[in-house]
Write a protein that binds this ligand. Sequence first.
Ligand code: DC
Length: 224
Amino acid sequence: MASFPMTDPPVITIDGPAASGKGTIAARVAQALGFGYLDSGALYRLMALHAVRSGIALDDEAGLATLAASLDAAFGDGDIRLAGDAVTEAIRSEPISAAASQVAQYPQLRLALLERQRAFLRPPGLVAEGRDMGTVVFPHARLKVFLTASPEVRAQRRHKQLMEKGLGANMQALLEDIRQRDARDGARSAAPLKPAVDAILLDTTGLDIEQVVDRVLRLWWERK
Ligand code: DC
């Protein structure tokens, strides 16, 4: 278990459910403050792809935990690589999204990825986004934000994103997918999706990205 002396660089955690806008918001906040950025969901997605490519079954908890040691992940500027291979798009595919949600339920795998996530913390600070950033990975974060939005609003946002990319999407199927993922991420026994007791809840329904980024930055300046 790592210790977190007060002299450690500061951490802002941004947790929340699928399609809550965490990724975009965390990246913008990090950019505004000149902090590093951890997309922890990408690590679970990379693990899922690594398992598929290595022929490890997605329900082989011990095998996945062992495999985590050989995860060769690199995060560049909007460019994610697995063993040197550009996989930014591949890890967002529907099969890998489902596989990531599956492997993320295993405590042994989560533990195997813990120190790798903490290693992202370097001066002058870090914005970490995911599901358990404020509860498990960075329990001593200086600011913890938990984003919420109704499943309907999140499905609409995802629909818009997919349409903008020229990809077809069915609203009802997206809503169903978000509900299922919420249920799975919230019901698992290891690090279920829930706000840290000291997290600030931010309902983003009716807010655009700029407004949410602005609120998080204001919370940060108040906290400093
Ligand atoms: O945030 P995302 O959709 O990229 O996350 C992919 C999957 O990984 C999702 O099913 C939840 C899981 N995850 C997790 O369990 N813990 C995290 N800190 C981040 C993601």
